[in-house]
Design a protein around this ligand. Structure first.
Ligand code: 3PG
Length: 396
C-alpha cells in the first residue's frame, strides 16, 4: 500500500503470490470465488501504480512436474479477467522468464507444477525472485506453508512485502485473539478433538468462554463421566480434555465452559434417520449424538449475549443434514445477532464458512478469513513461516 502511494510501483515488475486455490465443482466450475475476490485489491493496487503484474498461486495438490488439465489455473485466470474487466494473460513454463508489460496482468500457471516448490528449493526460489523487482505475499491461506513462492522468494527478492489481504487477515486475527476486547468467546466445533486439541490448549487461557461442539464435545462429555452411546469420540484424549476443563474452571464468568445439556440423537447418520432430543444423561447405548438440543442453544444464546469478540471455527452438529442442522443454525443466528449488537466476530475454516453461507450469515459477521489450515495454525499460536520470512526482512 505504501509502495503504491509513494509511486514506487511505476514501471516495476511486481510478483504477487496470491492464494487462488478455490473450490471447484465436478465440471471444474469455480464454486466459491471468495479467495479470488479478496485477491483483487492487491492486483488493482499494483495495476493502478503502473506495474507489470504477475499473479502466482497454487491450485490443489498436484504432483510436481506433472500438471494435468485439471490442475491448471487457466480457468481462474479467465475468471479473474472477468472480475477485473480487462484482459488477463496466462503463462505456462514461466520460471525462466515472463513476458509482461506495465499495465498488464499475467497469471502464472500453478506454481506447484515447478519441481522444488513444495520443498522450498533455494535455487528455484532465487530464480523466481529474479523475475521481479518487488515480491508481494498476499496469500494468507498458504502462509502456513514454507514453500518456494511463499517463504523462499521472500528471502531472495530485491524487495519483499505483505499485500493488503495478508495484512488485513493478520490484523483481524490478531484483534480477535491477541488483543481481543473481552468478553471473548471462542467456538471450536468439528468432529475430532485430536485435530483441534492444540487450538483448545492455546485458546483456553485467553478466552472468557470456550464452547466446544460436534464430536469434540462428545469427548468432553466422556471426560465429564457421561454415557454417550456410540457417538464419535476419542476416549484416549479424555485426560487432555480434563486439563482444558481445569483451565476453564479458573475463569470468573458465569458459564466459562458450557458443555451441551441436551442433544439430538439417532441410531444412524442419514437424511432419513429418525431422531429424538434428550438430556445428556439419557443417551442410549445404540444412539449417537449428532447435534446439540434446544436447551443448549438457549444456553449458548445467553453466553453470547454481551460478548465483545467471537471466534468461530467448526460446526456443532451434522449441519449438512436437515435433521441435525438446528444447533449450528441457531449458533450462526446468535453470532450474527451478537455482531449486530457490537461484537467483533471472525469466522474461519472451510466447513465453518460453508455453514455461515448455508445459514445466510456470511455477510452478517465481521470477518470471514480466506484461510483454512492457516487460520487454524494461527489459532494454535503457531508462527506462520511465510509471515515470519517477511518479518525477518523488516528486522534486518
Ligand atoms: C488451503 O486451501 O488451505 C490453502 O490453499 C493451502 O493449501 P494446501 O493445504 O494444499 O497447502
Amino acid at each position: 500500500e505504501s509502495l503504491a502511494k509513494d509511486g514506487e510501483l511505476k514501471g516495476k515488475r511486481v510478483f504477487i503470490r496470491a492464494d487462488l486455490n478455490v473450490p471447484r465443482g465436478p465440471t471444474g466450475r469455480i464454486s466459491d470465488d471468495h479467495r479470488i475476490r479478496e485477491s483483487l485489491p492487491a492486483i488493482k493496487m499494483a495495476l493502478e501504480g503502473g506495474a507489470a503484474v504477475m499473479v502466482c498461486s497454487h491450485l490443489g495438490r498436484p504432483k510436481e512436474g506433472e500438471l494435468t488439465e485439471n490442475d491448471s489455473l487457466k480457468g481462474v485466470a479467465d475468471y479473474l479477467g472477468k472480475l477485473l474487466g480487462k484482459e488477463v494473460k496466462f503463462a505456462t513454463n514461466w520460471v525462466d522468464g515472463v513476458d509482461v508489460e506495465p499495465g498488464e496482468v499475467v497469471v502464472l500457471e500453478n506454481c506447484r507444477g515447478n519441481v522444488g516448490e513444495k520443498k522450498n528449493d533455494e535455487e528455484l526460489s532465487k530464480k523466481m525472485a529474479a523475475l521481479c523487482d518487488i515480491y508481494v505475499n498476499d496469500a494468507f491461506g498458504t502462509s502456513h506453508r514454507a514453500q518456494a513462492t511463499t517463504e523462499g522468494m521472500a528471502k531472495y527478492a530485491k524487495v519483499a512485502c505483505a499485500g493488503p489481504l495478508l495484512a488485513k487477515e493478520i490484523d483481524a486475527l490478531t484483534a480477535a485473539v491477541g488483543g481481543a476486547e473481552h468478553p471473548l468467546v471462542a467456538v471450536v466445533g468439528g468432529s475430532k478433538v485430536s485435530t483441534k486439541l492444540t487450538i483448545l490448549i492455546h485458546l483456553a487461557p485467553l478466552v472468557d468462554t470456550l464452547i466446544v461442539g460436534g464430536g469434540i464435545a462428545n469427548t468432553f462429555l466422556l471426560a465429564q463421566g457421561k454415557k454417550i452411546g456410540k457417538s464419535l469420540a476419542e476416549p484416549e484424549l479424555v485426560d487432555e480434555c480434563k486439563k482444558v476443563m481445569e483451565v476453564m474452571k479458573t475463569k470468573e464468568g458465569k458459564l466459562p465452559f458450557p458443555l451441551p445439556v441436551d442433544v439430538v440423537v439417532a441410531r444412524h447418520i442419514g437424511y432419513d434417520a429418525g431422531f429424538r432430543i434428550c438430556d445428556v444423561d439419557d443417551i442410549q447405548d445404540d444412539e449417537m449424538i449428532l447435534d446439540v438440543g434446544p436447551k443448549t442453544s438457549m444456553m449458548l444464546r445467553g453466553v453470547m449475549d454481551g460478548a465483545k469478540t467471537i471466534i468461530w471455527n467448526g460446526p456443532l452438529g451434522v449441519f449438512e443434514m436437515d435433521n441435525f442442522k438446528e444447533g449450528t443454525h441457531d449458533l450462526a443466528r446468535t453470532i450474527a445477532k451478537a455482531t449486530k449488537a457490537g461484537a467483533f466476530s471472525i469466522v474461519g475454516g472451510g466447513d465453518t464458512i460453508a455453514a455461515a453461507k448455508a445459514f445466510d450469515v456470511a455477510d452478517k459477521v465481521s470477518y470471514i478469513s480466506t484461510g483454512g489450515g492457516a487460520f487454524l495454525e494461527f489459532l494454535e499460536g503457531k508462527t506462520l513461516p511465510a509471515v515470519a520470512a517477511l518479518e525477518a526482512r523488516f528486522e534486518k
